[in-house]
Design a protein around this ligand. Structure first.
Ligand code: UN1
Length: 487
């Protein structure tokens, strides 16, 4: 089966078969660290491919939904074993095609297997609740039923974790899936298709397409055959997805951007706060919606914190993402690099001072040196808009009230951290910070597989993902009044 990945071009997985795109069009993917290297050639799927995949998913739905959940779970166990056995290959492919440092790619590849194992356990958890009846001889209960064929549109920045954390709950509750992979990381996602194919998943239950969102992705959103759309990506695209899906009464879930603050109180363990700030801002070259975009430091420790953070930035290894010691690699492509460098220039123009980085750091790779600003106003672009790269800014505050108010003064609300030993500050923070994912003494990024993940305010729409929360989106809740026959 693995020739679909090593062969060129690779193929889509539709109706249990490996297929070229209907048009025969393909696209080339290049390595962002060494752009002359082509990492693979993939189908440029369009509306025809998406609609064929939706047909396959709809056809497979009745028998998949009718299968006892424990039998559905058995495929998850097998697919998890395949993913785990090839985790190193997946990590290498991920690093080569989208530039995530290998040390992080390895963890993400293994995380995919863990997500499947967690989701398999859902087969043995309740899918409804029994209530006391209001009349004699009645059973009164709720039931969670699968929706049908669902469309999943996933980004390149977590090219295996996000596809798996969407498809696992979708499938375990009895839906069938069409998954459109992030354009910049197709090979990583095709490993998931291969793992389920090797596990013997029935044809059409999982269909996987490569190509652009504006073609194949848009068809998933438009086609009346999909009953729900789960999307992770940019705010602009997500808002369009929501409009198109809700216009046809299709359920929709969005995971969008963030502008995540990390607050350092004067009583914080400063070295831990520095470590978390570095990791949150610069791992994956800052290309996480949970990355630390703003670091707010209490005035008494501001200078000390800044010095220690700059020392940590200077010590971090930057460069070839395939080197397991490298912490900061390239950004995903040239256009992203130009956009980030443009935002850095504008921030300088707005009066920001660059304390570290601020420029391209390799002639060939799309590498931007980890960049730290200070002196930016709260309404500067970098203080409120998401710039998807290794750029963060320092701000000085006097009181917890001030820090909270400034931290909350953005339209996003994905994740937030506070570093302190003060229980009062922790309680205030967990009750008042405008974020869906709240960290105390840990970095803003990260998502455990068994707890809900999602933002508030402009960072998301619809029920949260992961953990037991995922059942909300991937099932419909019905209430059954079941009165017994009179005789
Ligand atoms: C994480 O921080 O490990 O696209 C997950 C993103 C988020 C996922 C973050 N939806 O960056």
């Amino acid at each position: 089966m693995s020739e679909t990945l090593t062969g060129s071009p690779a193929r889509n997985y539709v109706g249990g078969e490996w297929r070229d795109s209907a048009s025969g069009d393909t696209y080339e993917k290049r390595n962002p660290w060494r752009p002359s290297e082509v990492t693979g050639v993939y189908p440029s799927s369009d509306a025809d491919d998406a609609s064929a995949a939706i047909d396959a998913a709809r056809e497979a739905f009745p028998s998949w939904a009718a299968l006892p959940a424990g039998q559905r779970a058995a495929f998850f166990g097998k697919a998890a074993n395949v993913l785990e056995a090839r985790a190193e290959q997946i990590a290498q492919d991920m690093t080569a095609e989208m530039g995530k440092p290998l040390r992080e790619s390895r963890l993400e590849a293994l995380r995919a297997a863990t997500i499947l194992r967690y989701a398999a356990g859902e087969a043995w958890r309740p899918v409804g609740e029994m209530y006391a009846p209001s009349v004699a001889n009645q059973r009164l209960y709720t039931l969670r039923r699968p929706l049908g064929a669902v469309g999943l549109i996933t980004p390149w920045n977590f090219p295996i974790a996000i596809p798996v954390w969407k498809l696992a709950p979708a499938l375990i509750y009895g839906n069938t899936v069409v998954l459109k992979l992030g354009y910049e990381a197709p090979r990583t996602g095709l490993h998931v298709a291969e793992s389920f194919a090797e596990a013997g998943l029935p044809a059409g239950v999982l269909n996987v397409l490569t190509g652009s969102g504006s073609k194949a992705g848009a068809e998933l959103v438009r086609n009346p055959g999909t009953r729900a759309i789960s999307f992770t990506g940019s705010v602009a695209v997500g808002q369009g997805v929501r409009e198109a899906a809700t216009a046809r009464d299709c359920r929709v879930q969005l995971e969008l951007g963030g502008h995540n603050p990390l607050i350092v109180m004067a009583d914080a363990e400063l070295d831990r706060a520095v470590e978390a700030s570095f990791a949150g801002a610069f791992w994956s070259a800052g290309q996480k919606c949970t990355a630390t975009r703003r670091i707010l430091v209490q005035d008494e420790v501001y200078d000390e914190f800044r010095d220690r953070l700059l020392a940590r930035v200077a010590a971090g290894k930057v460069g070839d993402p395939a080197d397991p010691e490298v912490e900061v690699g390239p950004v995903v492509h040239e256009a992203a690099m130009d956009e980030i460098l443009g935002a850095i220039e504008r921030a300088r123009g707005e009066g920001g001072t660059v304390l570290a980085g601020g420029e391209r750091a390799d002639d060939d790779g799309y590498l931007i040196a980890p960049t730290v600003f200070e002196g930016l106003a709260d309404d500067a672009e970098l203080s409120c808009e998401e710039v998807f790269g290794p750029v963060t800014s320092l701000y000085c505050f006097a009181t917890l009230d001030e820090a909270m108010e400034r931290a909350n003064a953005v339209r996003f609300g994905l994740s937030a951290s506070i570093f302190t030993r003060d229980l009062y500050a922790v309680q205030r923070f967990s009750e008042e910070i405008g974020a869906g994912i709240i960290h105390v003494n840990s970095q803003t990024a990260g998502a455990d597989v068994h707890v809900p993940f999602g933002g508030v305010k402009g960072s998301g729409w619809g029920p949260h993902e992961q953990g037991r929360a995922a059942i909300e989106f991937y099932t419909e809740l019905v209430t059954v009044y079941q009165d017994a026959p009179l005789a």
